[in-house]
Write a protein that binds this ligand. Structure first.
Ligand SMILES: O=c1ccn([C@@H]2O[C@H](COP(=O)(O)OP(=O)(O)O[C@H]3O[C@H](CO)[C@@H](O)[C@H](O)[C@H]3O)[C@@H](O)[C@H]2O)c(=O)[nH]1
Ligand SMILES: [Mn+2]
Length: 738
């Protein structure tokens, strides 16, 4: 039955540069030990003003060093995977498992319905048997427009899906396809060109209808045509107060409606807006996922489930097959609970001004975790085994559920009955006194429901893998301004801290079930917020002491300077090489350093404070959905890589105050230097001046936004005044009274 009996469906390759990287790591570690030793052997005498600063610097260096060690564990053993989908086809084509795709949207304004349906269409057109594919859209915004757009998409799919399959097109999101002139004009084949013109016209018409509906509301003829809209008329008060709305838009049992123009079946398509009541917590995306898990188990019960945020359209129609190469592999597949594919973005500028490409996470962290036992889940672009998601423990004795033919997965449905039953399944009270949200489905109560759930799956014995093929699989929308970036990263860092402070804390919860190195690697992510403290400290205290000419680092002639310089120069060159090797530019690397500093000193610090307050019950955390659209003038600045401020956020107050503080310290030092004041000893202060100087250079966009810019994205005057006052007071106070 099986051809090539022993050949695996995938292959794993180790990172080729690992030996040299490890050697380098060891050398930096030795240098770090010397830095610690310097602090401990040069403690200032009792009564000296700088004694407490010295101790705190030591603590900052100690924690940064330990944190850096977690990071080294993380990248110690990177692996890369290749799949063999042809062998998969030979062995399993006739008995591929059902795949359910969950697409999430939460707000029709920040996530335009047109974007949602483009994502939906891109996955409906996967190169996979349509009768085994089901797409579910969860709409937490409960928007009629999104529903209307989905109906439009279901009609358009009748032309779009066969068109993509016939001409083997990529990407299969119509918007992306038509935007990419290269792809959409690649062939001069007569039949293709004719088809293309027709399809383009159909798409443009659909687009116009959806956009009109977004502005003017759902047209009345659409309302009368589909009775789905009646649910809004009957039971809808507001998006936070309504019944469950469940509509099976396409289903193979519906013989007329669900076939494409060639008479082939289309994937199942379902719309759900779960019940919402003001007195019940929605649990954000995690709650939506759990509702969909139950509803899909009545409709298609696919053994594999893909989570997709509504902006993440597919750019690779083979992804499902690739993923099956892992979970259906006869030797190692049985244990794989989920396969994480990286998130990439199609709105990142050339030099990635806000570091939103997340290159390091996608190209290094995921592979590093993979080499140690499995990447964390990052919420979207992730394929799960339904069993693992639903809380089943891995059992060595059982056969691989995905290869098991005897298990009947497609359930017969009476669509109307399901639509009725579904209301109870997605109701606010369904989960009361059940294990949903704890042991079954997504875990609740955490801002990074994805990470905590992946973690739970691991602790139940499953492994995960990362698959990152040369042809990208998904492209989404990254934040396009500084504030959105900070807010998003704060949510992530706070969520990770919540895990660290919860019963899920890696080293306790995973104890014995997850290997030690993987746990240490996970600690790197979980401790994000804590690293803000040493970085904040480092960007304030040495500069302030500079004002008074008090040295905190070894002097130029001392051999203790060598380990400091080695760490600084080594890590700088390392990060530059790494950045270039991931396809970045030198400017991109510089931007990454800046955003690293901004995240650590503002977003992560706020995450730390809120995380600790939350732990003691003083702060509520809420999920702010990331905007996926941008206004025209802001878009222009984004294109020109001009940093966007424009509002009086507390994040900006912190950033501007720090920037000005360092500027004042540097200017004062330069003045002393020029006037050749005797108190100023350059030899002793070199490293401190360098640190302060680098901080000032990094912060140049802030000075421009305060002093030079006139556009709407500048730092508002009130905020400039406030920050100047704060920074100035800090300097004066320190100089006079400390
Ligand atoms: O109440 C909510 C809030 C959000 N979402 C959806 O969740 C997804 C992610 O939200 P987004 O605002 O785009 O947040 P991001 O920070 O970009 O999301 C990242 O971080 C989240 C939390 O870790 C993960 O769930 C996501 O998959 C991951 O892409 C979107 O599709 C939303 O529509 C809901 O369905 N219901
Ligand atoms: Mn997102």
């Amino acid at each position: 039955m099986r051809s090539g009996e022993q050949q695996s469906l995938f292959e794993t390759r180790k990172d080729r540069t690992r030996h040299i990287r490890r050697l380098y790591t060891v050398s930096v570690f030795v240098a770090t030990c010397f830095v610690w030793a310097f602090r401990l052997t040069h403690i200032p005498a009792n009564g000296e003003a700088r004694q407490w600063a010295w101790f705190s610097l030591f603590l900052a260096e100690l924690w940064s060093g330990i944190y850096w060690l977690f990071y080294q564990v993380l990248r110690w053993n990177m692996v890369f995977r290749t799949t063999f989908p042809n062998i998969l086809s030979e062995r399993y084509e006739s008995r591929l498992p059902g795949v359910d795709i969950f697409v999430f949207t939460a707000d029709a304004v920040v996530e335009p319905p047109l974007m949602v349906i483009n994502t939906v269409l891109s996955v409906m057109a996967y190169d996979y048997p349509a009768q085994k594919l089901s797409v579910y859209v969860s709409d937490d915004g409960c928007s009629e427009i999104t529903f209307y757009a989905l109906l439009e998409a279901s009609s358009f799919a009748k032309h779009w899906v066969p068109f993509c399959k016939r001409f083997k097109l990529e990407p299969r999101s119509p918007a992306a396809f038509f935007n990419n002139t290269h792809a959409s004009t690649k062939s001069h084949d007569h039949i293709y060109v004719k088809h293309l013109a027709t399809i383009r016209k159909l798409y443009e018409e659909m687009k116009r209808r959806v956009e009109d509906a977004t502005k003017l509301g759902v047209p009345s003829e659409a309302r009368s045509k589909h009775n789905g809209f009646s649910q809004w008329e009957n039971s809808y008060t507001s998006r936070r107060d309504h019944d469950t709305i469940l509509q099976i838009v396409l289903h193979k049992n519906d013989l007329h409606g669900s076939k494409d123009e060639d008479g082939c079946i289309l994937p199942t398509l379902v719309y759900m807006a779960r019940e919402k009541r003001p007195q019940y917590h929605s649990h954000y995306k995690a709650g939506a996922i759990n509702s969909l898990l139950r509803i899909s188990s009545k409709i298609s019960r696919g053994k594999i489930i893909l989570f997709l945020d509504c902006d993440m359209y597919s750019t690779n129609s083979q992804s499902v097959r690739d993923v099956l190469c892992f979970v259906m592999d006869e030797h190692k597949g049985q244990r794989i609970g989920y396969v994480q594919l990286p998130q990439y973005f199609d709105n990142i500028g050339q030099n990635d001004l806000y570091g939103n490409a997340l290159s390091e996470t996608m190209q290094i962290h995921l592979h590093g975790e993979d080499g140690l036992g499995g990447p964390l889940c990052i919420g979207t672009c992730c394929f799960f085994r339904r069993d693992a998601l639903c809380g089943k423990k891995f059992n060595n004795q059982e056969e691989n559920g995905c290869n098991d033919e005897s298990e009947k997965e497609v359930v017969e449905v009476n669509m109307q009955r399901i639509e009725e039953e579904g209301k109870a399944l997605a109701s606010c009270t369904y989960e009361k006194n059940t294990l949903w949200g704890k042991k079954i489905g997504q875990v609740y109560g955490c801002l990074v429901e994805d990470v905590i759930t992946g973690f739970r799956i691991h602790s139940q014995g499953w492994k995960s893998v990362c698959y990152n093929p040369p042809r990208k699989c998904f492209l989404g929308v990254a934040p396009t301004n500084l504030l959105h970036t900070l807010v998003q990263q704060k949510r992530w860092a706070q969520g990770d801290l919540q895990i660290l402070l919860s019963e899920f804390r890696p080293t306790w919860y995973g104890d014995g079930k997850i290997n030690l190195f993987l746990l240490l690697a996970y600690e790197y992510t979980m401790c994000f917020a804590t690293i803000s403290l040493p970085i904040l400290y480092y960007s304030i205290i040495p500069s302030l002491y500079l004002l008074k000419g008090i040295p905190l680092f070894p002097k130029m002639s001392s051999s203790w300077l060598i380990p400091f310089v080695y760490v600084i120069v080594g890590e700088t060159i390392y990060s530059l090489v790494q950045s270039l090797s991931m396809g970045g530019s030198i400017q991109g690397w510089w931007n990454a350093i800046r955003i690293w500093l901004y995240l650590k000193t503002s977003a992560f610090f706020f995450a730390f404070v809120d995380g600790i307050l939350g732990f003691f019950g003083y702060s509520n955390s809420s999920f702010v959905v990331t905007a996926k659209t941008i206004e025209d003038d802001a878009a222009q600045r984004y294109e020109k890589e001009i940093m966007e401020f424009g509002s009086s956020s507390p994040y900006f107050t912190v950033l501007a105050t720090l920037a000005l503080l360092n500027l004042f310290c540097l200017l004062s030092t330069l003045k002393d230097f020029v006037l050749a004041k005797s108190a100023f000893a350059g030899e002793k202060m070199a490293l401190q001046v360098l640190l302060c100087g680098v901080l000032v250079v990094i912060n140049s966009p802030i000075y421009q936004a305060i002093f030079l810019r006139k556009d709407k994205g500048r730092i508002p005057t009130s905020l400039s005044v406030k920050s100047t006052a704060l920074a100035f007071t800090a300097c004066v106070f320190f100089k006079l009274f400390n």
